[in-house]
Design a protein around this ligand. Structure first.
Ligand code: NAD
Ligand code: MG
Length: 376
């Protein structure tokens, strides 16, 4: 840790959900302090760390050193290959087998060190191993720090689609170490940042204004700015999820930009051509564009959204994708598959302005098509 980072004190955000509440610690140096924090949260409990091959190279030894220095009993770590492909049934099977081979008990706590893949896979393995053991998340991507650390969703993919198999399982503790982001590729950092911007656009206009001011320094790795942005993002998500834990309606606001985004991802083929956060950035621009065209949102707000995403280096149009072969009709057909179309109308998250998102059940598919065509 740098001397400058030392002066930034990590913050703790309590998340009260279900009958169970937990703390998200946010700031620099938390992996180094993990031993003290984890043994305080789950005293005397045996631990198993799950991570992926890339994160293992970068951050596993500091975590293990810290846990052992605090006197924790730590089993041999379980390492899965890095990447989305690890979120499948076969890998889940090997993780469960590895846990049982380590002689886990109901008291054992699984510590998931890595991005959303390790968090989702590890959380789900913890939810079902021995009918449920506790788990702790140490998210190491900006996306997992601002998104998957809150809400309790865990799971894996199926050949029928993403995240179709899983469980709600809340972590006992989350340690979001901003230092771990120093090794994160810039493109992954920006992809996570798109979800940060999303919280501002949903219902925190002042946060969006703050991001317009600080976004470029934040994505360059400024610890104080990252700590604040992660804190506000987790609080924003916790607020929405807390009012709607099992997805009755309000939680849909978190899908701002995601319906358009999923169509782009489906066409690009889930992989590295288009990261999830990049598709969300383009999708949020499309959602604001649609809102402007429907006369709901001032055009100036669409301009601000575009200008800010571009300023940090996120894509705001899909024109660079698909080599000119993509058509709006094809993209809309991906949406029709997971959206109920009623009399040519679909439900979308739209905005009356920055920080004024709402669910609109009355969107004409023809308008959606023409907005998409404008960004290809
Ligand atoms: P990821 O876990 O695949 O991480 C992205 C890449 O970065 C991987 O190659 C990983 O090895 C690498 N990496 C991770 N931390 C690093 C670090 N500190 N330094 C260098 N490299 C590092 O992907 P992600 O973007 O973190 O998460 C995406 C997954 O999260 C998806 O599967 C998505 O479905 C899931 N997700 C879940 C929730 C939820 O609520 N449970 C919410 C959002 C996303
Ligand atoms: Mg998302």
């Amino acid at each position: 840790m740098t001397a400058a980072a030392r002066t930034i004190v990590p913050v703790a955000l309590p998340v009260a959900l279900d009958e169970r509440s937990y703390d998200i610690h946010i700031g620099p140096g938390l992996i180094g302090d993990a031993g003290a924090l984890i043994t305080a949260a789950v005293p005397g409990r045996p631990l198993v760390v799950l991570t992926d091959s890339s994160v293992a190279e970068l951050h596993l030894s500091s975590l293990l050193d810290s846990l052992r220095a605090a006197g924790a009993r730590v089993a041999e770590p379980i390492v899965v290959p890095a990447g989305e492909a690890s979120k499948d049934m076969e890998r889940l099977g090997t993780v469960l087998d590895a846990l049982l081979a380590r002689g886990i008990e109901r008291r054992t706590v699984l510590v998931a060190l890595g991005g959303g893949v390790v968090g989702d896979l590890g959380g789900f393995a913890a939810a079902i191993a021995l009918r449920g053991i506790d788990f702790i998340q140490v998210p190491t991507t900006l996306l997992s720090q601002v998104d998957s650390s809150v809400g309790g969703k865990t799971g894996i993919n199926s050949r029928h689609g993403k995240n179709l198999i899983g469980a709600f399982h809340q972590p006992r503790l989350v340690l979001a170490d901003t230092d771990s982001l120093k090794t994160l590729p810039r493109r992954e950092m920006l992809a996570g940042y798109a979800e940060v911007v999303k919280y501002g656009l949903i219902d925190r206009p002042d946060f969006f204004t703050w991001l317009e001011m600080h976004g470029p320094a934040l994505v360059a790795g400024d610890d104080a700015l990252l700590t604040e942005a992660i804190r506000v993002s987790c609080a924003a998500k916790a607020d929405i999820v807390g009012k709607d834990e099992k997805e009755a309606g309000l939680r849909e606001l978190l899908n701002l930009g995601h319906t358009f985004g999923h169509a782009l991802e489906a066409e690009a083929g889930y992989g590295t051509a288009l990261l999830h956060g990049e598709s969300v950035a383009i999708g949020m621009v499309m959602a604001f564009d649609l809102s402007v065209r429907m006369g709901l949102c001032p055009a100036g707000d669409l301009d601000r959204v575009k200008a800010h995403l571009s300023a940090v280096g996120l894509p705001v149009s899909a024109a660079h994708l698909g080599g000119g072969t993509w058509t709006a009709e094809k993209l809309v057909s991906h949406m029709a598959r997971d959206k109920k179309v009623k009399d040519g109308r679909v439900t979308f998250i739209l905005a009356r302005g920055i920080g004024k998102s709402f669910r609109c059940a009355d969107v004409h598919l023809a308008d959606v098509t023409s907005v998409m065509a404008g960004h290809l």
